[in-house]
Design a protein. Structure first.
Lengths: 362, 678
């Protein structure tokens, strides 16, 4: 924390209890959430600024979302100005803010209400050059989690430090992050549900600079990063998924299946009986898919689609299967790669069938 | 500005005399683009597929008798950069005159078979300014090889060999260096380079006239002209510019650069656009010596230049909006986004839904009128599902431009067949209708030539806000203000304009000075006119200011103030014509009516189509309550159409308190249409 933010916190707390003018510089589309009760006035304070010397022509815009995801307020604001967006809260719960900044930048403060920045794959956090220490809370111990960092512009890089509640540094990694990197860390007993700190710092290596960095939290983490750790309490349990209940896992095939444009590859497997589990799914590690028909998967002739991500990352994919798709005895799994010009290559590995009562699928 | 007479007690629709109205809707056409190099073979399988749902317009690759950038060569298909793919060995091979005879014959067979399959118009590809090759004396590859053998082809109508080497035909930068609009090096051009030639060069025009004429001779219905751009400072252009400014009585004397800015830069860009339009008109005229119905179809992607194309083109394509040339040479381009919804889950059940559309592009084209039909392409990376494609087609149909509903050849022909059947059975839903609204949105795309992109952004912002509020509006063009009719409108929004022509300001002032009207400037009132002279607001808008019929807002008004602003000073009646029980932000409404106002057509589109997602399910749009201001009618008949149903269903309407008909449409899946007759 630098001197300026320290002063602002002191001033803020003394005046309004919650006021913190964030030092985190946001860019492009960014999202925040705040929890509010009826009768209160939810205020988002946005201070926009141009990026470097060049004035981008994008007009900054903000949209406040109600608890039902409907737009409560939309406002464009002038570059260089501070805009106060306030709404009278009618319904208790979590409200959202979408900041559409284009190439310009802004900082955000939410006085009077607990709030956090959203950082998930579909709504990543784009920071630009300066960022507060941000807090998050892993839900359970004994597992590992990932935080993804991406700084695609050449010469731009970051030093990432993740610290557990005991002050132990679990990730300390300097990289150019030209490709998105998932920084994995284990959560030790006694540290789950407590305040973990993420810091994005200027890299030390010469020729590298901290500028545009995109951050998102892995699927099993609540996708929120708070400037004030205490604010996370307001969102405890929100969006949390019940643990999976998997009776059995059946590995299918071995090694990596690689598909080029127009390729088809099949894997045969046998089942002793027709399963009657309430939840059945096919889980695998797969490269990203840019459009729906790029890499369809056929289970006994029934077609399924990998979720479209287009992010260049390899990740776990789970496809829920209706029970009548599988049969006793011989079964056939087929992977196809679209023959059209838009198709790239695809690789699949670690395929397994899951049977149970609760399975998380996209 | 001409006045129109209100029809009876109807609030909104005014009569227009035939030919006066720019904004009359046209029946959409079906269009397919397919650059397959095998197209010219017209295989039985391909033709059988086409017969299931033939498009009105089929747009093929480089399948004409001549190939614009290489001359008479063996290769077929693809666009500018395509060079035969893996089989490129023979692609650039120059054909002997005897082989060229065979190519002409193959083209004739191809065109005949496509027409027999039901294609009404077959266009093939050329590029406006590209030639490929290597001029080095020891190489003379590509177009230069053809140039060296020019005289062998005179019987194909190429005319006498130009005295200037093609290196003298190139577009030039201000310093005289060759200008490259795109990259110069491509693998498919090796051992040559991709050069850009000047559209005003007489020898390039001579060659391209031969290309056009040959295509007409073998039966093509028109030519698609890709990359219709011009950015040149050559000697010919300097002379042509002098003639242009004299013809149009403009003050500029020299071609200017982006850095010069100001009126000179505006005139320079207008000149280049005029050069393209004249080039297109000349090429078409040459082909029309053979086929009087021959068409041209430029890809320029431009709103600022659209007006100039209106008399020179039959179709116009836009892949993204081209806003003129920027400081780094190539222009400011914003690519279109697929219509539909991006859903971003935040936390818990909270999600942000971003709706994308191209409605302004369609409305603008409809407002300009003229001959061309637009094909506004998207890059299609987001919406590849069939429902997303169906929304894209529906959007092109609904907004009055007579647009070509675009689809690549991959669209199942059954969908085309269904749409074709629907359009042929229900043309009255699309043809000959005028906007049924009282809100105007001033859209002057040439503001971009004055570096006024804030205007463009604000137009899209306002259009999105009006769309989400379900407030019908029409685009008001500079032409509408100059000599059109604005009397059907109560309110016109004019966002962030400056450098507006005197007669356009005059049209706006006349509108605002008349009672019942309201003019809303967002940003500021124009400070300067098109000649960069100050505008005296007090004099021009005096009456409107005194009568408080003119407002000046700091920026684009917030969404919740639109309803009041749109009321203007006119008779009572709803600004907002629809409310929705569920999913309302996804609904967009277009209202049009017959010229006598007896028939109102309401297009309802659900933009809750997930993009970037594997889901094919549109988000539900349930309980759409319409308030259609048709006056007090005892028994209006209402019918509901969808393009999926053969026959419409009847709807029950109830007269509202202030003269509107209240109708509920139970749900809208992707696209539904309500027709009300009195």
């Amino acid at each position: 924390m630098n001197l300026r933010s320290a002063v602002l916190i002191v001033l803020g707390v003394s005046v309004a209890g919650w006021v913190v003018r964030g030092e985190t510089v946001l860019r492009h589309d960014c999202f925040a959430v705040a929890k509010a009760v009826p009768g209160s006035t939810l205020l988002f304070q946005i201070s926009s600024s141009r990026k470097a010397k060049y004035v981008y022509m994008d007009a900054p815009r903000a949209i406040v979302l109600g608890v039902d995801s409907g737009a409560l307020l939309e406002q464009a604001f002038e570059l260089g100005a501070t805009a106060d967006l306030s709404v009278s809260v009618k319904q208790a719960g979590i409200h959202g803010l979408c900041l559409e900044l284009g190439q310009n930048t802004a900082t955000l403060a939410v006085p009077r209400h607990p709030w956090a920045l959203v950082a998930r794959k579909q709504a990543p956090l784009h920071i630009c050059g300066r960022v507060d220490p941000l807090y998050f809370r892993p839900p359970v111990a004994g597992k590992s989690f990932r935080i993804f960092v991406h700084a695609p512009v050449a010469g731009e890089a970051a030093l990432v430090r993740i610290t557990d509640p005991e002050g132990e540094v679990v990730v300390f990694r300097e990289n150019d992050f030209d490709k998105a990197v998932g920084l994995e860390f284990a959560v030790a007993e006694g540290t789950a549900g407590r305040d973990w700190r993420l810091e994005i710092l200027a890299p030390e290596k010469g020729g590298w600079a901290l500028d545009d960095v995109t951050i998102w939290l892995g699927q099993r983490l609540q996708p929120l990063l708070a400037v004030q750790a205490a604010h996370l309490s307001a969102f405890a349990g929100v969006g949390a998924r019940a643990p999976e209940k998997i009776r059995t896992r059946v590995p299918i095939g071995e090694g990596i299946i690689r598909l080029g444009r127009g390729d088809r590859k099949t894997v045969a497997f046998e089942l002793d009986g027709r399963p009657d589990d309430p939840a059945i799914a096919l889980r695998m590690l797969a490269t990203d898919v840019d459009y729906r028909n790029e890499s369809p998967v056929f289970v006994n002739g029934h077609r399924f689609f990998l979720p479209v991500t287009g992010d260049g990352l390899t990740g776990e994919v789970t496809l829920r299967l209706p029970p009548d798709v599988l049969r006793e005895g011989h079964n056939l799994l087929e992977f196809r790669q679209d023959p059209s010009g838009g198709s790239g290559a695809c690789s699949v590995a670690r395929i397994e069938l899951l049977f149970g009562t609760a399975i998380h699928a996209e | 500005m001409r006045r129109r007479v209100f029809a009876g007690g109807c609030l909104l629709v005014a009569l227009a005399q035939a030919g006066e109205w720019r904004n009359v809707s046209r029946l959409p056409q079906l269009y397919t683009i397919d650059y397959s190099p095998q197209n010219h073979l017209a295989s039985p399988g391909r033709l059988a597929r086409l017969r299931k749902g033939p498009p009105d317009v089929f747009h093929a690759g480089k399948d004409g008798p001549f190939v614009h950038n290489w001359g008479p060569i063996a290769g077929w298909g693809g666009e500018n950069v395509y060079g035969g793919g893996k089989d490129r060995v023979d692609y650039h091979r120059r054909l002997t005159p005897a082989e060229l005879d065979a190519r002409f014959a193959a083209c004739r067979r191809y065109v005949r078979s496509m027409h027999e399959a039901g294609v009404k118009k077959l266009y093939h590809y050329v590029g406006a300014f590209t030639i490929g090759g290597n001029p080095a004396p020891d190489v003379r590859y590509g177009f230069w090889e053809f140039y060296d053998h020019w005289d062998e082809y005179t019987r194909f109508g190429v005319g006498p060999k130009p005295p200037d080497d093609p290196m003298q035909w190139l577009m030039c930068l201000p310093n005289g260096e060759p200008c490259f609009i795109y990259n110069r090096n491509y693998e498919s051009y090796e051992p040559g380079t991709r050069w850009a030639v000047c559209l005003n060069n007489p020898y390039w025009r001579q060659w391209m006239k031969a290309v056009f004429r040959a295509s007409a001779e073998v039966g093509f219905d028109g030519i698609f002209v890709d990359n219709s751009f011009q950015r040149c400072y050559c000697g010919t252009c300097r002379a042509e510019f002098a003639a242009f400014v004299k013809r149009e009585k403009r003050p500029t004397t020299e071609l200017a650069t982006y850095e010069d800015g100001g009126r000179a830069w505006f005139d320079t860009q207008e000149f280049w656009m005029d050069s393209i339009a004249r080039w297109l008109a000349d090429m078409r005229a040459e082909a029309r010596k053979v086929n009087p119905a021959f068409g041209v179809f430029p890809n320029n992607g431009t709103h600022p230049g659209y007006v100039r194309f209106s008399s020179a083109a039959d179709y116009v394509m836009g892949e993204g909006d081209f806003w003129g040339f920027g400081p780094k040479g190539f222009g400011v381009i914003r690519f279109h986004k697929d219509p539909g919804m991006i859903r971003r889950p935040l936390v818990g059940g909270l999600a942000y839904r971003q709706y994308q559309d191209m409605i302004v592009s369609y409305k603008y084209t409809a407002a300009e009128g003229g001959t061309p039909r637009p094909v506004w392409l998207t890059h299609g990376h987001q919406g590849r599902s069939d429902v997303a494609k169906e929304l894209r087609l529906s959007e092109a149909m609904a907004f009055g431009a007579g647009a070509c509903t675009y689809a690549r050849a991959s669209l199942p022909p059954e969908i085309y067949a269904r749409l074709r059947r629907f359009l042929s059975q229900q043309p009255q839903l699309y043809d000959g209708l005028v906007p049924y609204c009282r809100v105007g949105l001033a859209y002057f795309p040439r503001q971009a030539y004055h570096k006024g992109m804030r205007h463009v952004d604000a137009v899209w912002e306002l259009a999105a806000a009006l769309g989400r509020e379900h407030i019908p509006y029409r685009v008001v063009t500079e032409g509408d203000c100059r000599d059109g009719d604005l009397s059907d409108l109560h309110t016109i929004f004019v966002p962030f304009v400056n450098h507006v022509a005197r007669d356009v300001i005059g049209g706006l002032a006349e509108f605002a000075n008349a009672s019942g009207h309201s003019l809303v400037f967002c940003g500021a009132v124009p400070e300067l006119d098109e000649a960069y002279h100050p505008v005296d607001h007090e004099t021009v808008f005096g009456q409107a200011i005194a009568a408080k019929r003119m407002r000046v807002l700091e920026g684009v008004p917030p969404r919740d103030s639109l309803e009041v602003l749109c009321l203007g000073g006119g008779p009572a009646g709803p600004s907002i014509v629809a409310s929705v029980d569920a999913g309302g932000d996804a609904l967009r409404v277009e209202m049009r009516a017959s010229r006598d106002g007896r028939r109102v057509v309401v297009h309802l589109l659900n933009y809750g189509i997930p993009l970037e997602s594997h889901s094919e399910r549109p988000e539900e749009l349930r309980g759409v309550h319409l308030r259609i201001p048709i006056g007090r009618e005892p028994n209006p008949g209402a019918r509901l159409y969808t393009s999926r149903e053969e026959t419409p269903t009847s709807l029950y309407g109830e007269p509202g308190l202030s003269g509107e008909l209240e109708i509920t449409v139970p749900s809208v899946r992707i696209y539904s249409i309500v027709e009300v007759s009195r």
